[in-house]
Design a protein around this ligand. Structure first.
Ligand code: NAD
Ligand code: LMR
Length: 332
């Protein structure tokens, strides 16, 4: 029997990431090749014409799974009955800016959209915040939508996770699909900590630790971390726009794994509400290693944290606490 369509909201749908993301969703990349979808696309009035153009292209592409398109500048209409909300709308940073430099513009958007989601989305709607500063926007959304369970509000660090997999795969000349269990800890910012301590590569002789195969701690603790932390800036420098196709693809990965589940023995990185695991202060949206089952994520417990890692986990937590204070001062 055919499945009922899932309603997926994409805010900022006329923007760069939106333009890459909506066809992926309509093609089944996010929710599977047998899952019909109805797309809800929100943007602001100056982008209404462009948004309508995106809708026209979706119609023209004749996606078999696409059962309807709502394209609107009305946040209430956009949020009505949505099961999944991918929050991309906002202002991207430009060359020379840190992601928190777009804070004042973006947190106020997330405060107001929190109320619309809370009032109009389907019960148990899963929310993914992509717009920067992603962790803090997600935190503001959580705080101003108190009836949405905190487990349902997440932010995107899967792009950083995928970037880390990509760097290891290039360095070792192995397939990216054979690399797993890297971790992005903390903020989607230049203080994030890409950690390979527990990561492995599938080889003909079984799974091997990345540290054993790379055998170059100076690279792993230096250039590798820096490259992943600075990759967003490197893309902006090269493209003059921030990453879009990789962000859209990673957003699909995030939602797919959350809904469908992570493969046995594999974890992924998601920005989630901290419960104090790994001594990360509770009350921040912080990226942890998680596994997903039956539509719920759980933080992977019991991983060893050495002094090098501890220091980095703390540093990115400190930045998130500062961002939280800054966000509240912007909203005051
Ligand atoms: P963009 O400027 O091309 O598109 C953003 C869209 O949001 C625009 O169409 C704009 O009109 C719209 N918008 C602005 N205010 C809105 C509002 N109140 N409601 C609905 N829509 C609104 O930007 P982009 O390149 O698509 O990036 C979008 C966001 O994603 C930026 O904040 C960027 O920094 C962030 N980003 C995050 C990651 C990540 O990994 N977390 C990766 C890439 C980009
Ligand atoms: C990215 O990581 O590519 C995005 O967050 C865009 C940015 O500002 O770096």
């Amino acid at each position: 029997m055919a499945k009922d369509p899932v309603r997926v909201l994409v805010t900022g749908a006329a923007g760069q990431i939106g333009y890459a993301l909506v066809p992926m969703i309509a093609r089944g990349v996010m929710l599977g090749a047998d899952q019909p979808v109805i797309l809800h696309m929100l943007d602001i009035p100056p982008a209404a014409e462009a948004l309508n153009g995106v809708k026209m292209e979706l119609v023209d592409a004749a996606f078999p799974l696409l059962k309807g398109v709502v394209a609107t500048t009305d946040v209430v209409e956009a949020c009505k009955g949505v099961h999944i909300a991918v929050m991309v709308g906002g202002f991207p940073r430009k060359e020379g800016m840190e992601r928190k430099d777009v804070m004042s513009k973006n947190v106020s958007i997330y405060k107001s959209q929190a109320s619309a989601l809370e009032a109009h989305a389907a019960a148990n709607c899963k929310v993914l915040v992509v717009a920067n500063p992603a962790n803090t926007n997600a935190l503001i959304l959580k705080e101003f939508a108190p009836s949405i369970p905190e487990k349902n509000i997440t932010c995107l660090t899967r792009l950083d996770h995928n970037r880390a997999l990509g760097q290891v795969s290039e360095r070792l000349s192995v397939q990216v699909s054979d690399v797993k269990n890297v971790i992005i800890w903390g903020n989607h910012s230049s203080t994030q900590y890409p950690d390979v301590t527990h990561a492995t590569v599938k080889t003909s002789a079984g799974e091997k630790a990345i540290r054993e195969l790379v055998a170059d701690d100076a690279w792993l603790n230096g250039e590798f971390i820096c490259t992943v932390q600075q990759r967003g800036a490197a893309i902006i420098k090269a493209r003059k726009f921030s990453s879009a196709l990789s962000a859209a693809s990673s957003a699909c990965d995030h939602i797919r794994d959350w809904v469908v589940g992570t493969p046995e023995g594999t974890w992924v990185s998601m920005g989630v509400y901290s419960d104090g695991s790994y001594d990360v202060p509770a009350g921040l949206i912080y990226s942890f290693p998680v596994t997903c089952k039956n539509g719920e994520w759980s933080i992977v417990q019991g991983l060893s944290i050495d002094d090098f890692s501890r220091n980095k986990l703390n540093k990115t937590a400190e930045e998130l606490s500062e961002e939280k204070a800054l966000a509240y001062s912007c909203l005051a």
